[in-house]
Design a binder for this molecule. Structure first.
Ligand code: PNW
Length: 459
C-alpha cells in the first residue's frame, strides 16, 4: 500500500444523487428508480431522473473541483450503467462515461477515488432476491472485476461499499430507503451478504492488480457510517443500551472486517430474535481480507438511554435530545465526538489508514439573485470537523484525508431535493452551479493546510 506524502483533501458525491440520465447509454433501472416511482416514498415525489445532470455537465463539475484546489474526488459507479443486468458482460457505453470522468480528473491533477456501490443496485438483482440473497455477493465481485478491468490502469483507490448499515437497515428493515422492505430477518441476511460481497470484491481487485503489476499503488477498502453512541449515565441499564446501539451500528461491521469475527453479544441477540447472520464456513476469512483503508462517514453522535424493549423483543433504546446546535436533518452537531471516534478506531482496530470519506451538513440555504449562498453555518460546521480530524491526526491517529459531503447540492434520498448538503449551490431549474461561502472557506482552508504541510515537511 502507498503512503501519501500528504494528507489528502477532497469532496464526495454518489452516482444516483448527481448523475441523472437514467435511461441513457444502456443504463437499466436501479432499486432507487423503482423506489422513487412508488408513491409516498420520497418527499414531493422527487426522483434522480435528472438530479444535477452531472452525466452531461461532468467537465464543468471537474473544473469546479480544480478551482477549489482539491487533491482527490470520491465518486461512485452506477452498477446498472457498468453492468446493466447485474450479471454478464460490461456495457461499453456506460463505462465510457467513467473513462471520460477519470481522464478529465487526471488531466486536472485530481486523483479519482472510486466507490463501487453507493446503493443503486440493478433492479434485476433485487428481483432475484437482493442483498438478503447470498448470490448477490458473488454478482458484486463479478461487477468489481468489470469495473477494475476498465479503470484500474488509472484508478488506484477503490472502495467496495458505501455504508452497508444504510443498505441493510434502511433498505430492508425500516424501509426508508430502496428497496423499501420491512423485514428484519432479510436485513440481517443483507448485512452478512454485503460484507461477504465486500470481501469477495477485495480479493478480486487484489488478484487483478497483482496480475497487472499494480499492487504497490493499490489502496482498497470500505466506507462505514460510524456514529458514537454515548450512554446518558453510568447506570448499568444506560451503559447496556449504549453498548447494544454501538454493537448494532458500529461493531457489527468493524469486528468482522477488522477482527474476523462478529461481536458475540450482537450476533447472539440477533439469533435469539429470529434474525441470524447466515454465516457459512470460510465467510469470515473472506470478509476479513486485509484492507488498506477504512473510510469513515461522520455526521453526528447520539446520546442513548435505556427504554422498554420494542416491537418483537428488539432492543429500542431512547435517543436523548442534547442542548447542542442541529442541522436541517435534525442531526446534532458534535465535532468533539469525531476526535474521540478516530482515537478509538485506531486503538481498538489498528492497521488501516483512516479517511473521513464524508462529512458535511444540510442547512436551509437562501440564494441571492446571483445564486450565491452565504452559508456561514455550513462553513463553521466544516471548520469544526476539520479541526476535530486534524486533532486526532496530531494525537497520532493514522488519519490520512478528509472529504467534504458534498461537492454539489444533490438528491438526498428519501428527502429528495428538500435537503441541501452541497458546498456548491445547484439551481434545479437552470442547473447552474454557484460555489457557496462554504466552498470558499474549504478552498482557503485546504490551501492553508497544504502550505503548512509543505513548510513543515510533515508526512
Ligand atoms: C450518507 N442515517 O447517508 C450517504 O453516504 C450520502 O449518500 C448521504 O447523502 C449523506 O450521508 C447525508 O445523508 C446517510 O439515517 C443516510 O443515520 C442516513 C443516515 C446516515 C447516513
Amino acid at each position: 500500500m502507498t503512503q501519501h506524502a500528504n494528507f489528502l483533501w477532497g469532496a464526495a458525491t454518489s452516482s444516483y444523487q448527481i448523475e441523472g440520465a437514467v435511461n441513457e447509454d444502456g443504463r437499466t433501472p436501479s432499486i432507487w428508480d423503482t423506489f422513487c416511482a412508488t408513491p409516498g416514498t420520497v418527499t414531493d415525489g422527487d426522483t434522480g431522473a435528472v438530479a444535477c445532470d452531472h452525466y452531461h455537465r461532468m467537465p464543468e463539475d471537474v473544473a469546479i473541483m480544480a478551482e477549489l484546489g482539491l487533491d482527490v474526488y470520491r465518486f461512485s459507479l452506477a452498477w446498472p450503467r457498468v453492468q446493466p443486468d447485474g450479471t454478464g458482460a460490461g456495457n461499453p457505453a456506460g463505462i465510457a462515461f467513467y473513462d471520460r470522468l477519470v481522464d478529465e480528473l487526471l488531466a486536472k491533477g485530481i486523483r479519482p477515488w472510486v466507490t463501487l456501490y453507493h446503493w443503486d443496485l440493478p433492479q434485476a438483482l433485487e428481483d432475484a432476491g437482493g442483498w438478503p440473497s447470498r448470490d448477490v455477493a458473488y454478482r458484486f465481485a463479478d461487477y468489481a472485476a468489470i469495473a477494475y478491468e476498465a479503470l484500474g490502469d488509472r484508478v488506484s483507490q477503490w472502495t467496495t461499499l458505501n455504508e452497508p448499515w444504510c443498505s441493510a437497515v434502511l433498505g430492508y428493515m425500516t424501509g426508508r430507503h430502496a428497496p423499501g422492505r420491512q423485514d428484519a430477518r432479510a436485513a440481517t441476511a443483507a448485512v452478512h451478504h454485503l460484507l461477504l460481497g465486500h470481501g469477495l470484491a477485495v480479493r478480486t481487485i487484489r488478484d487483478l492488480a497483482a496480475a497487472n503489476g499494480r499492487s504497490d499503488a493499490l489502496e482498497v477498502g470500505i466506507t462505514l457510517n460510524l456514529a458514537p453512541k454515548l450512554p446518558a449515565s453510568d447506570s448499568p441499564a444506560d451503559l447496556a443500551a449504549a453498548h447494544w446501539e454501538d454493537g448494532f451500528a458500529n461493531r457489527l461491521y468493524l469486528d468482522p472486517l477488522l477482527r474476523g469475527e462478529y461481536p458475540a453479544d450482537v450476533a447472539d441477540r440477533l439469533g435469539e430474535l429470529g434474525c441470524p447472520l447466515p454465516v457459512q464456513d470460510g465467510d469470515l476469512e473472506t470478509i476479513a481480507q486485509p484492507v488498506d483503508v477504512v473510510g469513515v462517514n461522520y455526521y453526528s453522535s447520539q446520546m442513548v438511554a435505556a427504554a422498554p424493549t420494542g416491537q418483537n423483543g428488539w432492543p429500542a433504546p431512547a435517543t436523548l435530545r442534547r442542548d447542542v446546535p442541529r442541522t436541517a436533518m435534525d442531526w446534532e452537531v458534535t465535532p468533539g465526538a469525531l476526535t474521540d471516534l478516530l482515537t478509538r478506531l485506531d486503538r481498538e482496530y489498528p492497521g488501516p489508514a483512516w479517511y473521513i470519506t464524508e462529512n458535511g451538513a444540510a442547512y436551509a440555504d437562501t440564494a441571492d439573485e446571483t445564486g450565491y449562498v452565504d452559508d456561514a453555518e455550513r462553513a463553521e460546521y466544516l471548520r469544526e470537523h476539520i479541526d476535530a480530524t486534524l486533532e486526532a491526526r496530531d494525537l497520532g491517529v493514522n488519519v490520512r484525508g478528509y472529504f467534504a459531503w458534498s461537492l454539489l447540492d444533490n438528491f438526498e434520498w428519501s428527502f429528495g431535493y428538500d435537503r441541501r448538503f452541497g458546498i456548491v449551490r445547484v439551481d434545479y431549474d437552470t442547473l447552474e452551479r454557484t460555489p457557496k461561502r462554504s466552498a470558499r472557506y474549504y478552498a482557503e482552508r485546504v490551501a492553508a493546510e497544504k502550505k503548512a504541510a509543505a513548510e513543515t515537511g510533515r508526512l
